[in-house]
Design a protein around this ligand. Structure first.
Ligand code: GLV
Length: 319
């Protein structure tokens, strides 16, 4: 029997699966586990099932000890994990790709619709108690039909977002490290372009790339200035891909028309400049937040941990 430390609350079915084979120490507090408590609890762990709110770095791996075999993140993004530090110590790192693709693409489309059709503004207006009535020019937004969606990072979530946008009548261009499956590109009518071109021609830019040193502030003042002044930016990937101060300035100055954000540069803080603006939709990191998706993520993370503890290759290794 091995010792599995779970760093936060996860669905019970996944905990049961882990408990059936191992001793499980799961943080059950309503708030995130504090760093000190986390470092204390991981001591002697053979597996750590981590949430994206916990930083899994060299200090934590050393606090766990040399018996640690696997870090299984309950997330597809793994910028909270120092993967080279895991690799150096022979620790397998794993994530949860695939199972949250559709839920996250739903939120991307939701933000696109909310931003372009000014749904947040409308909701705030009604709740404020202000008088309103239907008017020819009242809260006009921007249509999606015939417009161009620029997908930055055409992995599973980018493709799923593109599929939805195509159903709304949008043309698709994308920027990606690698070419996508030609069959999928043909089905989506998607054309691969460089980021410069994507920014210049897109009516909506949606971010779906992983976060790391190569994508830190990928969208900054210069890139925002390169976008159409009628365009929208949507981020469901990771906050620091966007320079939030530059985005607030671009939205305030009308350099772009609007934005929809599910993730933030210094989460859970939101740049105060954004909070003052009506042309940005702000939602609190809900990309994968459905009962079904969170259950599937936790089950996959449990499977990753269980496989490594049985000396097998996990279903979704990172290193
Ligand atoms: C959520 O943000 C994830 O990376 O799974």
């Amino acid at each position: 029997m091995s010792r599995v430390v779970v760093t936060g609350r996860i669905p019970e079915t996944a905990l049961e699966k882990l408990r059936a084979e191992h001793e499980v120490d799961a943080w059950q507090g309503p708030e995130s586990i504090g760093r000190e408590e986390l470092l204390r609890r991981v001591a002697g762990a053979d597996a750590v099932v981590s949430l994206l709110t916990e930083r899994i770095d060299a200090e934590l791996l050393d606090a766990a000890g040399p018996q640690l075999k696997v870090v299984a993140n309950v997330a597809v993004g793994y910028d909270n994990i120092d993967v080279p530090a895991c690799t150096q110590r022979g620790i397998v790192a794993a994530n949860t790709p695939g199972v949250l693709t559709e839920a996250t693409a739903d939120i991307a489309l939701g933000l696109i619709l909310m931003a372009t059709r000014r749904l947040g503004e409308g909701e705030r207006l009604i709740r404020s108690g202000q008088a309103w009535k239907w008017g020819m020019f009242f809260l006009l937004g921007s249509s999606l039909q015939g417009k161009t969606l620029g997908v930055v990072g055409m992995g599973g979530i980018g493709q799923a977002t593109a599929r939805r946008a195509k159903a709304f009548g949008m043309e698709i261009v994308y920027q990606s490290r690698s070419e996508i499956d030609p069959g999928i590109a043909a089905e989506l009518g998607a054309r691969r372009v460089e980021l410069d071109e994507l920014l210049a021609i897109s009516d909506v830019v949606s971010l779906h790339c992983p976060y790391g040193p190569a994508t830190h502030h990928l969208i900054g003042a210069e890139q925002l200035a390169a976008m159409k002044d009628s365009a929208y930016l949507v981020n469901t990937a990771r906050g620091p891909i966007v320079d939030e101060a530059a985005l607030a300035a671009a939205l305030r100055d009308g350099q772009i028309a609007g934005a929809g954000l599910d993730v933030f540069e210094n989460e859970p803080s939101v740049h105060p400049g954004l909070l003052e603006l009506d042309n940005v939709v702000l939602v609190p990191h809900l990309g994968s937040a459905t009962v079904e998706t969170r259950t599937a993520m936790a089950m996959l993370a449990a499977d990753n941990a269980l496989a490594v503890l049985s000396d097998e290759r996990p279903p979704a290794p990172i290193n």
